[in-house]
Design a protein around this ligand. Structure first.
Ligand code: UDP
Length: 332
């Protein structure tokens, strides 16, 4: 039987597909290619260009392929855009997941692992953050992801489907082969933006605020390598296959780095001075987001391999310097 990866042409989805195929799994990928890239899909996966909001397309997939469960990445994921265009997020993330779950229930597919986010917590009450801490999203992206979690919960109660929600902290890095990596259009994430400077695509990096109550005044984030995230999806899927109950896991290293520390690591790795300038704070940025991932380590047996910032930056730089325009020339 096959695993259906929705959004398998995106950043974390494509890395998970590579890891699944490397682990000998049979993989079907569906992606609408609005933000994902066909070139990011492993050639060993069967690919369908399909949108999760399209019930006919979802039904056709479940009828054609023998699907034992779903890993669901297909969602809009830009915080800023979610604030200026919230209904896009309700449509893609919530209406899309509604249609997907309806189709899964209709076809008796009862296991789903899906992308949630640290943005479900909002301003944390403490760090490191536990899964049981309060969830009060401060942006629409986090709000829709939290609502997706609740949708799974009620669907589970009514129809017996089981789910695992994985709350990612700051995904980063690229596949060790250098074949796939991070490519967003527009790019909003810190590490790819920093690496645009040594790549000659940007003069300097902006630091969004240096007056936070942190060790150097800049925001602290928990950077977790995409390869480690990919492994967590496989472990979560196997946990459901083994009969595991509904669950929510944080995925992070449990170590926070400041924006300045990330820039310094990028200077060391690239050998470029990378000028930086301090700018006003970005709206909605919590001062610190650091995960407790003890639960994922204990229950899933997950052990992140890339805890070190230099290793993370080295793998990201290996991708970006060889693919300054992402996939091909930036076309989809
Ligand atoms: N950041 C920054 N300059 C940039 C982009 C991001 O200072 O050009 C900061 C941002 O304020 C946050 C951290 O880097 O504190 C990580 O931001 P990113 O957008 O990568 O991820 P987020 O934490 O928002 O999910």
């Amino acid at each position: 039987m096959a695993i259906l990866v929705l959004g398998g042409a995106g950043y974390i989805g494509s890395h998970t597909v590579y890891a699944l195929i490397q682990a000998g799994r049979d993989v079907v990928v569906a992606d609408n290619l609005l933000t994902g890239f066909r070139a990011a899909v492993h050639p060993g996966a069967r690919f369908y260009q399909a949108d999760i909001r399209d019930r006919k397309a979802m039904d056709a997939l479940f009828e054609k392929e023998n699907i034992e469960g779903v890993i669901h990445f297909a969602a809009s994921s830009q915080v800023g855009e979610s604030m200026s265009d919230p209904l896009k997020y309700y449509d893609n993330n919530l209406c899309g997941t509604t249609v997907l779950l309806q189709s899964m229930v209709a076809h008796g597919v009862d296991k789903i692992v899906f992308s949630s986010t640290a943005a479900t917590y909002g301003e944390p009450e403490r760090v490191p953050i536990l899964e049981t801490d309060q969830t009060r999203p401060t942006n629409c992206y986090g709000e829709t992801k939290l609502a997706m979690e609740r949708m799974m919960y009620w669907t589970s109660r009514a129809h017996g489907l089981r789910y695992v929600a994985l709350r990612y902290f700051n995904a980063c890095g690229a596949h060790p082969s250098g074949v796939i990596g991070e490519a967003h259009n527009p790019e909003t994430h810190l590490i790819p933006l920093i690496l645009q400077v040594p790549n000659g695509q940007r003069d300097k990096i902006s630091i969004f605020g240096d007056d936070y109550p942190t060790r150097d005044g800049t925001c602290v984030r928990d950077y977790i390598h995409v390869t480690d995230l990919a492994q967590a999806h496989i472990l979560a899927f196997d946990y459901l296959l083994a009969g595991g109950e509904n669950n929510v896991f944080n995925l992070g290293n449990g170590v926070g780095f400041t924006v300045r520390e990330v820039i310094d690591a990028a200077r060391a790795v690239t050998g470029h001075p990378i000028p930086a300038e301090t700018c006003p704070r970005r709206t909605g940025d919590p001062a610190q987001l650091v995960a407790s991932s003890e639960k994922a380590r204990t229950v899933l047996g997950w052990t992140p391999q890339y805890a070190d910032l230099n290793t993370i930056l080295t793998s990201a730089w290996n991708w970006h310097k060889n693919h300054p325009k992402g996939y091909e020339d930036g076309t989809k």
